[in-house]
Design a protein. Structure first.
Length: 125
């Protein structure tokens, strides 16, 4: 039997009479990748908000690393190693592709920007 890093069981989120996520069950093993696809309004964002603690489930459970995390605050879940990134596709239209990439590489992840330093000397984290 495979040990699952993330397990969703019957995960449901209702907003009044609307069931945005309805009984989703999913397992993800360590080092495994899964994709959640669907049209606008299918509940993908709500599902990720449930997994990362931005919304509490109406029913069902979420287990990460063998520990239930459903209903915990997002910062608590993130400290346990489960987080998300948000799609950012804003470009600076007057900059070249290279300049846009360099600007993205200059961000150090802590809200500080090193716009004058060399992007090639950045260390990988």
């Amino acid at each position: 039997m495979t040990e699952h890093l993330l397990a969703l069981e019957g995960l449901t989120r209702r907003f009044g009479a609307l069931s945005a996520v309805n009984g989703v069950s999913l397992t993800v093993a360590a080092r495994e990748r899964r994709a959640i696809i669907g049209p606008n309004g299918a509940g993908k964002t709500t599902l990720f908000n449930l997994i990362t603690g931005h919304l509490a489930p109406s029913a069902g459970g979420i287990v990460f690393g063998g520990t239930p995390v459903a209903g915990l605050a997002p910062h608590v879940i993130a400290r346990r190693g489960l987080s998300r990134s948000f799609q950012r596709n804003n470009l600076f239209p007057r900059l070249t592709v290279r300049e846009n990439l360099r600007l993205a590489a200059a961000a150090d992840g802590r809200g500080s920007w090193n716009l004058l330093g060399s992007a090639s000397t950045r260390t990988r984290r």
